[in-house]
Design a protein around this ligand. Structure first.
Ligand SMILES: *Cc1c(COP(=O)(O)O)cnc(C)c1O
Length: 385
């Protein structure tokens, strides 16, 4: 067998050759949209802190107060001694905001999906997943060992075909999808998915990491339309628009109680630091009381798209597809030279041939900055020379 180092070096060399190697770049954020990288200040369109709440004085103060009072760590998993009373407050507020009976907070969004799905379905069950779902839904699907069927992106026809053909062979079926697709910014057709789930005696789980705080008056994709769509399992993260850290599930009380007693990523992982929970509570209070703030990221995204004649965005995320990883990296470097941070997104995060720039808009981006960005994008990427 080759040595471990030789194995790693060989693998890295191949990734470098294919322009698929990734590197961590030290990046300091000190306000909502400006970052410091390689000694330069760059205007970021790659942060998911959509409302700038990670820098909001009330959110920061809540975290500072919690550290002063409780220190820096939970000390143990939630089921042992790590279940700080702040968890109760946050879970009650999340459930109320999302219109469910109860909620459960996890260590991160990734841990939430990896923990929830295996509690609900197992090797005898059927799991249907949109092909563009986030990596952690796939991780949960794999950990569950359920029979996984992939449906074409947002194709209700394909989903129905699979259900008609296969549903009756399995005792339970779970449909999972992103609410806002993280790399494309489009929304899942939740109203139709919810009725399909009901018609085929299946459960529906939606990962709304990019919907909370941004869509439906901040309450998420289920609230985007005129009427609220009933979704069995509303999952999301505290790490994006809420500017904190952690994941959550909002659902009925029995489901939440089952998840709290069985989800391995909750049972066997340390609770969140109290300061992180306190920050999320403060941020959620701001989101719930300021719907105008939550409308701003989408408005900014639409302004940008309009300036470049791109399709009308449905969320704060706007992709510009460039094809090869090389082209995406090159475009990202070009923008960086002009003072903008827009990271290149490459496989396996997106399918081969669809490497792209992904622009994420924040309430804190000024219209002037967006106009300047659009001008540079048009000049250097869309219409070079
Ligand atoms: C970011 C993201 C997650 C993971 O959430 P974390 O709290 O960062 O672990 C899950 N799902 C989607 C769609 C995401 O974009």
């Amino acid at each position: 067998m080759e040595s471990l180092d030789a194995f790693a070096r060989g693998k890295l060399a191949r990734l470098t050759e294919e322009h698929l190697r990734r590197e961590l770049v030290p990046t300091a954020r000190s306000d909502g949209v400006w970052v410091e990288r390689n000694g330069r200040r760059l205007l970021s369109f790659s942060c998911n802190d959509y409302l700038g709440l990670s820098q909001h004085p009330r959110v920061r103060q809540a975290a500072v107060d919690a550290i002063e009072k409780c220190g820096t760590s939970a000390g143990a998993s939630r089921l042992i001694t790590g279940n700080h009373p702040l968890y109760v407050e946050l879970e009650e507020k999340l459930a109320r905001f999302k219109g469910t009976e109860a909620a459960c907070v996890f260590g991160s969004g990734y841990l939430a999906n990896a923990g929830i799905i295996p509690v609900l379905v197992g090797p005898d069950d059927l799991l249907l997943i949109d092909e563009l779902s986030h990596a952690c839904l796939w991780a949960g699907a794999q950990l569950s060992r359920a029979r996984v069927e992939i449906f074409a992106h947002n194709s209700v026809e394909h989903l129905c075909d699979i259900l008609s053909e296969r549903r009756s062979n399995f005792p339970r079926a779970l449909i999972v999808t992103d609410g806002v697709f993280s790399m494309d910014g489009d929304l899942a057709p939740l109203e139709v998915l919810s009725s399909i789930a009901r018609a085929h005696d299946s459960w529906l789980m939606v990962d709304d990491a990019h919907g909370l705080g941004v869509i439906g008056g901040g309450r998420g994709t289920a609230f985007a339309g005129d009427k609220h769509v009933a979704i069995d399992l509303q999952m999301g993260t505290l790490s994006k628009a809420l500017g904190s850290y952690g994941g959550y599930l909002c659902a009925s009380r029995p489901v939440i109680e089952l998840v709290k007693t069985r989800a391995r990523t909750l049972v066997y992982s340390t609770g969140l630091p109290p300061a992180t929970i306190a920050a999320a509570i403060a941020a959620l209070d701001i989101v719930a009381s300021d719907p105008e703030l939550t409308e701003r990221p989408l408005r900014k995204a639409r302004r940008f798209a309009k300036l470049l004649d791109l399709p009308l965005p449905e969320s704060a995320i706007v992709p510009i597809l460039l094809g090869t990883p090389e082209r995406a990296l090159e475009a990202s470097r070009t923008l960086e030279a002009d003072g903008f941070l827009v990271t290149a997104i490459r496989p396996p995060t997106v399918p081969a041939g669809t490497s792209r720039l992904r622009f994420a808009f924040s309430a804190d981006h000024s219209d002037d900055e967006i106009e300047r960005l659009a001008l540079v994008v048009r000049r250097t990427i869309l219409e070079p020379r």
